[in-house]
Design a protein around this ligand. Sequence first.
Ligand code: FES
Length: 114
Amino acid sequence: MPRVIYRQPDGSARTVHVTAGETVLDGALDNVIEGIIGQCGGAMNCLTCHCYVAPEWRDRVPPPEEDEAEMLDYVVVPGPGGRLGCQLHITDALDGLTVQVPIAQLPDDLPETD
Ligand code: FES
């Protein structure tokens, strides 16, 4: 089963196994990865699954489809390698894929609401 490594802004990382065909979001939710939330369940309208693919993996993942690419314009902190985790499907060839969780999605960084 392919492994996905989720790096946090504090430098910590967790390696989890994700069934081929599932997504980076699925792996995060199944393993309670902080900062990847997936509020819309993969319907591509919440952007809370945003993550950055590590530089060494960017040319090995398939490029975003047009809809995903359009939505990436609206993430809180766009950046190189930015993807929607709900659209990034894991394959055996992506064993070891490493993604960075955006600091803007961590609970301590979220704005307080009344
Ligand atoms: S889970 Fe909502 S956009 Fe990916």
